[in-house]
Each structure stands twice: as C-alpha cells, then as structure tokens.
Design a protein. Sequence first.
Length: 131
Amino acid sequence: HLLHLAALNPEWRFFCFGDDWEMDLLIYIVFRDLLSGDLSLDDLNAVARQTGLTPSLLDVLQQRAAQVVGRGQSVSIFLHRVRFRPLRFFQVAGREVFAFDSYLQLAARCVQENWLSEQDFMAIWQPEQHL
C-alpha cells in the first residue's frame, strides 16, 4: 500500500509510525531506501526472498516498486519501543528513524521539527488543563 500511495502522490512526504514488535522497521527502511534510490530492485528481490514473500506477491511488489524507485520522496520513521530494544538498534537505520518510549517524547520531537505547535504540545503534556 505504501508503494501505491507513493506512486499516486509524488509530492507527499511520508511519516511512518509503528513499533519494534514485528517487522515495522524493516518495512519502513525498505520503503525509504527504495524512494531514495539507495535500494535497487535487485536488492529488493533479495530482501523479499529472505522474508519468505511468495513469488506472486514478489511480482506485485516489483511492479509497484519500479514506479517509485529513486523518486526522492522523504520518509520519516517513528517507532514506539514496546520491546525496549537498545537505541543503537534503531540508530543503525539512519537519522530518519526516531525511537520513542512515550508519546510525550514523540510530541516533543514533533515540536522540535515544527510539525506540532507548543500549545498543542502542552495539551498533550497537561491534557486536563486544555479540555
């Protein structure tokens, strides 16, 4: 679905949210690296085979990936550390990956990046005062 959305909306910037429970990080990194051109279609095949993707799904993935590879769309990845993996686990994935333990940390990062106003942050920090 992400590849399809990227193909239909070349002007979009993607904010991908997930957790460290299953494969969210891998999926988002592959998506980011396809869009940036850092991952080739051949590399995508190798990754997909290692994850056990069936040949029919691999064909669909290849068709959709071919439409967006190297397009340069921006992808920011936010992962909730529900397993509390060490931060270095996420740091190897690049600076676009932000691992957080609480939604307050996530909100603070969004203020830092100017994606959320300080007033909205305060509503998250002290919700009872902003009802």
